[in-house]
Design a binder for this molecule. Sequence first.
Ligand SMILES: N[C@@H](CCC(=O)N[C@@H](CS)C(=O)NCC(=O)O)C(=O)O
Length: 226
Amino acid sequence: MSEAESGALPPLRLYAYWRSSCSWRVRIALEHKGLAYEVRSIHLREGEQRSDDYAGVNTLQQVPVLEWEEGALTRRLTQSLAILHFLEDAYPEKALVPADAWARARAWEHAEIVNAGIQPLQNFATLLLVDSLGGDKVAHARGVIAKGLGAMEKLAKETAGAYLVGDRPSVADVCLVPQLYNARRFDVDVDAYPTLLRAEARCASLPAFQAAHPDRQPDAPSAEPS
Ligand SMILES: N[C@@H](CCC(=O)N[C@@H](CS)C(=O)NCC(=O)O)C(=O)O
């Protein structure tokens, strides 16, 4: 039985960057579940993720990575959705997935729209590639974000209560909030998504979402060029 399964909480370390939306998802879950964690900042804009040392932590050279010790073993988990699944299984209190199977699937459906249908297409590395191929990286980012958020808005019309799926915050909101922040950074007109904005406003009143906000992170500069 792992320490997590036995209920003992190992000290958790999160390799993250203050404005990384995928790191932000994991912070929200950790905060929501009341789990203590230490942040190891990886400065993406300075390229720290591309160091040989960090490749030993995450072969894909991305954040987030959740790390902890289990006896002599160092456990490391990459991929924010895998981390959310693990946290849900290991620390089911204050669940971030609905109990009902259909609602749970819909919550993951929202999460995957962000995780697979938006974020990888507008990630820093992807935009550098678009740029290097002579494309308009901002137009590209705007297009993929608007398309994905449009799909979520349509889905949310069926799933939303006070939050994106029903009346409790879920992994759907955990993925939505950082993605809306990115949308604004790219000047996407978020007023086109009123159901998403309502869920976001609810989340903004919750301490876990507040504590996980990029501006509250130890590596957040007082002013950073966008
Ligand atoms: N699917 C991965 C995506 C991770 C990812 O794209 N991380 C971004 C920050 S949100 C990153 O590390 N980018 C740095 C780079 O691509 O060089 C996850 O959900 O964890």
